[in-house]
Write a protein that binds this ligand. Structure first.
Ligand code: BGC
Length: 254
């Protein structure tokens, strides 16, 4: 069994575990620490280092990390819901220095999407699968015949009839919470989002992830689209699983 560490950096928490990446399963306890206020790079790196040291004191396991920004060649190229100090920062270098080991960094929704395609709701589904994560923002991953097409930022597409708001400004789970929207009203907003994606991409399947997907029975059936739409199987662990599963790709990149 191949084992790596997966770490999922989010706006409120940083989570991690050791993962059996052949089985797609956590094989250690899942550790979680609060994201330091302001989520500044050095502070976040220190938390990642502490988690990794606790999970793997011998320091032998490869490390995969996912982060809520566009990531190209280990460098962050956006910062929608995190400190702007991350923009253009080489996240891989920062975390390699902090943890003393090779690190592979990917976008958080891409990690979740990869996990769902390898070990979850999209396993074995051909054609285009769109995995979306509903959280503070809206993340998206495109998987075509099992291959991840990275850095789709579909949470930022403008939705018509919303006064120019982007999908995540209009329909993220944080918006539901902030505005105390009922699941019915939130599902109407989500319908606008998923219908737009459907019209643009004609996917085979939508997979809905993020922490709120645990409550899928409350709202998924209220989203009115023609494309099959299913909950993620790994809910909040998908980021950890996907980051860990992608860790070995560190040395394969161009
Ligand atoms: C970011 C994405 C991220 C998503 C979910 C968006 O605001 O732009 O990169 O995947 O939030 O965290």
């Amino acid at each position: 069994m191949r084992r790596t560490i997966g770490i999922d950096i989010g706006g409120t928490g940083i989570k991690g575990a050791i993962v059996d990446i052949d089985a797609g399963a956590l094989v250690s306890e899942r550790l979680k620490m609060a994201t330091p206020a302001g989520a500044r790079p050095d502070d976040v790196a220190a938390v990642v280092a502490a988690l990794v040291a606790q999970l793997d004191p011998e320091g032998t396991l490869p490390l995969g990390v996912c982060f809520p920004a566009i990531i190209i060649d280990e460098v962050a190229r956006s910062a929608a819901n995190v400190s702007h100090e991350w923009i253009d920062l080489h996240v891989g270098d920062l975390l390699e220095k902090a943890t003393g080991r090779a690190v592979h960094v990917v976008n958080d929704a891409d990690a979740a999407g990869y996990a769902e395609s390898q070990f979850g709701a999209a396993h074995g589904v051909g054609g285009l699968v769109m995995v979306t994560t509903l959280g503070t923002g809206i993340g998206s991953a495109l998987i075509y015949n099992g291959v991840l097409i990275p850095n789709a930022e579909l949470g930022h597409i403008p939705l018509t009839g919303t006064n120019g708001r982007s999908a995540e400004e209009y329909a993220a789970n944080s918006v539901r919470e902030r505005k105390a929207l009922s699941f019915e009203r939130w599902a109407k907003r989500l319908t606008k989002f998923y219908r737009t994606l459907e019209a643009l991409f004609s996917p085979q399947l939508f997979v809905v992830g993020g922490g709120v997907s645990k409550q899928h029975a409350e709202f998924l059936h209220l989203i009115s689209v023609n494309t099959p739409i299913v909950p993620a199987q790994h809910f909040n662990n998908a980021g950890i699983l996907g980051a860990a599963a992608l860790a070995p790709f560190h040395h394969d990149e161009a």
